[in-house]
Design a binder for this molecule. Structure first.
Ligand code: 3PG
Length: 211
């Protein structure tokens, strides 16, 4: 499981987190991100269009790697796998999700907010976690603190990370990638300002590639 996530993230240090509000935005938004150097995205299930967006992108933009985010139970996990998601991200953990992640052919990046939650996943074999909501929990200071007891664990912090802060996270050895919506802000999507999204993602992906 870790190996598969590691393979998917081998060259990926930036994970845009995308909420889809309008069907017509799906392809132009993905194209704007791809034009800015993005290869991997997380489409959340926060809107009803999340699931169809995953299926559409897998069909129409096969060069992109598409993960499903905000998956909160086993039924959703199965649905996103059926839609073609290549990895699954959860905001937190339950026994059900952790067990399904072990059995599924589609790897799970479980969300944690504490050392105890890391241990709950660790005992089952998980070594990669999303940290959510990263900024509120303490940001880079929290990740530095986790490096002490959890030497073989790497994280993808998301939640409250922006243009000003993402580079700081990428200086840390236990950060495999940073995630967030700052490269595709809600207002830019609503305005169909694809050029702005390409600019933001180009700036972030260029910086992230240099880590
Ligand atoms: C997530 O689901 O990972 C976050 O909500 C993304 O957080 P952001 O919108 O604060 O970047």
């Amino acid at each position: 499981m870790t190996q598969t996530l590691d393979a998917l993230f081998a060259k990926v240090t930036l994970l845009p987190v995308i909420n889809i509000e309008r069907e017509a935005d799906i392809l132009p938004l993905a194209d704007a991100l791809a034009a800015g150097g993005i290869t991997t995205l997380e489409i959340t299930l926060r809107t009803a269009l999340g699931l169809p967006a995953i299926a559409l992108l897998r069909r129409e933009r096969p060069a992109l790697c598409i993960g499903a985010g905000t998956v909160t139970d086993a039924a959703q996990y199965r649905e996103v796998v059926k839609a073609g998601a290549q990895f699954v991200v959860t905001p937190g953990i339950t026994d059900e999700l952790l067990e399904l992640g072990l059995r599924s052919e589609v790897p799970l990046l479980p969300g944690i907010a504490s050392a105890s939650e890391i241990l709950a996943g660790y005992r089952l074999g998980y070594r990669r976690f999303k940290v959510f909501p990263a900024a509120v929990l303490g940001g880079t200071a929290l990740l530095k603190a986790f490096a002490g007891p959890f030497k073989d664990v790497r994280f993808c912090p998301t939640g409250g990370i922006d243009q000003e802060s993402y580079a700081d996270y990428l200086t840390l050895d236990n950060v495999m990638a940073v995630g967030g919506s700052w490269v595709a802000p809600k207002a830019a999507i609503a305005a169909g300002d694809w050029a702005a999204i390409t600019r933001l993602s180009r700036a972030a992906s260029t910086m992230a590639a240099q880590r």
